[in-house]
Design a protein around this ligand. Structure first.
Ligand code: FE2
Ligand code: FE2
Length: 195
């Protein structure tokens, strides 16, 4: 990751992301950078991923489908019902091609920043946390989760994932299959079982 790439992705955000969303993207970058610093990770990588993650969030569904086709991204039944789910996968494929990034931690992290993922690497977890905990987010236990993220990325990932699943359950929303898989994976590691 070179500094030039970061400058370029920042410019792209200004062009592609709606003004109303910009504070969220900047907040995510700020939080990701701070998390990387405290956990001795590469701050430029964390910042780059944050600027890239919602690059295609404000693109029309029609264009998301078209770009996905061009990029040969597999469109799942969930993507068909909720085309916005494609924005992460499209962003990952875009940075892969534009910046010649092949690091699976970076690419998977960007692709599944909303749902989480069973084998998410440390940078993917940093992005997942920053996306949910950045300064413009407001929900009941956000401050506790922020503190947790600065203490322990793994525990914070588990708790934020739990929070997302509970949120979906309580509001009759779709629980993304990647979230379920990631949750089950963590439970199996903890030697948890079924009800
Ligand atoms: Fe997003
Ligand atoms: Fe986001």
């Amino acid at each position: 990751m070179i500094y030039k790439d970061l400058a370029e992705i920042k410019l792209m955000v200004k062009i592609l992301v709606k003004d109303e969303r910009y504070p969220h993207v900047e907040g995510t970058a700020k939080f990701a950078k701070a998390l990387a610093k405290i956990h001795n990770l590469d701050q430029t990588i964390a910042e780059f991923m944050a600027y890239a993650h919602d690059l295609f969030r404000d693109i029309s569904y029609e264009k998301l489908f078209k770009i996905s086709k061009v990029y040969s991204i597999e469109i799942t039944s969930h993507d068909l019902t909720n085309p916005i789910l494609l924005h992460g996968k499209v962003a990952a494929e875009f940075v892969k091609r534009r910046f010649k990034i092949n690091d699976s931690d970076i690419l998977t992290g960007i692709a599944f920043h909303t749902s989480g993922y069973k084998d998410l690497g440390i940078y993917g977890k940093v992005l997942f946390l920053a996306d949910s905990l950045e300064e413009t987010r407001t929900y009941p236990n956000v401050n506790k989760l922020r503190e947790l993220a600065f203490k322990d990325i793994e525990v914070a990932y588990f708790e934020v994932l739990r929070n997302k699943i509970i949120y979906a359950l309580s509001r009759d929303l779709l629980i993304l299959p990647e979230s379920v898989e990631s949750w089950n994976n963590l439970i199996m590691k903890k030697k948890g079982g079924v009800i």
